[in-house]
Design a protein around this ligand. Structure first.
Ligand code: PAP
Length: 331
């Protein structure tokens, strides 16, 4: 096992701290892999996590009680989580905050409004309602793979909205993000080295393909519970997908709202251009330690063409083909 890296300016979810005996014991039995931006990762239930996230996963699996009215925003990292959080927050709260000028999204980064289940260990899940701005339904985000969700999430009537993205753009976004947040003392990750790790699945919450496939299969088996979305399709027809999300989570737009242009208003408020130009998203900081600006880079489809060599493209396409063959899933 690697020596924990101390004194580095790591995001909170990667900082190592005192673990419970149960977690220490579990970790000592798990495969380990060097992390991209900090301490080692451990493979648990087929996916890679930092020790801190692993300890909160165990807590969530044991203690978290889902409510039938909960809405989970589930994503692979770097697949458009920030956008999805903004859209669903705005949708669910549209009557409470009809004025886009005085909207909470103007003064808060979406990650501050919709919190992660497993990244904020000090949130008292029983009192979740009072620690967010929303009482009910609770909006809860997670990057957890389907297999690791607490049983109560799988077994209750709560809804899951899953968003994923083309593997090549997902990888490029991940690589850029890792280099934007890596402590200076650690240098940067080369594209080649990072790709190699991504392809082997050894990135945080990876393997990417297994994450997507787990939710894809569940969406086929249980379409009432899980809505499966693709970033590229959202970018192409955002209004169609916003209406789908609204229907799915049980707050469809009324004819009156449609005629007033509520769909366009929400999409404009949550657009990359609007959000990335807000002061809170240009110079804010999150409780995780991340600058809010790192969640807004280009926000486009196909940026992989600007970064990947033909060999890298071939490698990613080949893995995608192998991993998803016969599943009906493609990009
Ligand atoms: P996270 O998992 O760390 O929360 P996430 O929000 O899923 O990150 O992904 C960030 C990507 O979404 C970035 O993509 P890029 O690196 O290819 O540019 C970011 O630019 C993009 N993004 C953020 N906000 C929006 C938005 N409002 N509309 C479209 N894309 C967005």
């Amino acid at each position: 096992m690697e020596t924990p890296q101390t004194g580095l300016s790591l995001p909170k979810y990667l900082q190592e701290e005192e673990l419970t005996e149960e977690c220490k014991e579990l970790i000592s039995s798990l495969p380990t892999e060097k992390g991209w931006i900090g301490p080692p990762l451990y493979q648990f239930q087929g996916f890679w996590h930092s020790s801190k996230i692993l300890s909160t996963i165990l807590t969530c699996q044991k203690n978290f009680q889902a409510q039938d009215s909960d809405i989970f925003l589930t994503t692979t990292p770097k697949s458009g989580t920030t956008w999805l959080k903004a859209i669903v927050f705005a949708l669910v709260n549209r009557r409470k905050y009809p004025d886009p000028i005085n909207h909470p999204l103007v003064t808060n980064n979406p990650h501050a409004l919709v919190r992660y289940l497993e990244l904020e260990p000090r949130i008292d899940y029983q009192a979740y309602d009072t620690s967010t701005t929303i009482a009910s339904p609770r909006l809860i985000a997670t990057h957890l793979p389907f297999v690791s969700l607490p049983e109560s999430v799988k077994n209750s009537a709560c809804k899951l909205v899953y968003l994923c993205r083309n593997p090549k753009d997902n990888f490029v976004s991940f690589w850029q993000f890792a280099n934007a947040v890596i402590p200076k003392e650690m240098g940067t990750n080369s594209l080649e080295e990072t790709l190699d790790k991504f392809c082997r699945g050894g990135n945080i919450y990876g393997p990417f393909w297994d994450h997507v496939l787990g939710y894809w299969k569940e969406s086929l088996e249980n379409p009432q519970k899980l809505l499966f979305l693709k970033y590229e399709e959202m970018k192409e027809h955002p209004e169609i997908h916003l209406r789908r999300i609204a229907e799915f989570i049980g707050c469809p737009l009324s004819l009156e709202e449609e005629s007033k242009g509520v769909v366009d208003d929400i999409l404009k408020l949550c657009s990359f251009d609007t959000l990335s130009n807000l002061e809170v998203n240009k110079s804010g900081k999150l409780s995780s330690g991340h600058d809010t600006s790192v969640f807004f880079r280009r926000g486009e489809v196909g940026d992989w063409k600007n970064h990947l060599t033909p060999e890298m493209i071939r490698k990613l396409d080949q893995i995608t083909e192998e991993k998803w063959r016969g599943s009906g899933l493609s990009f």
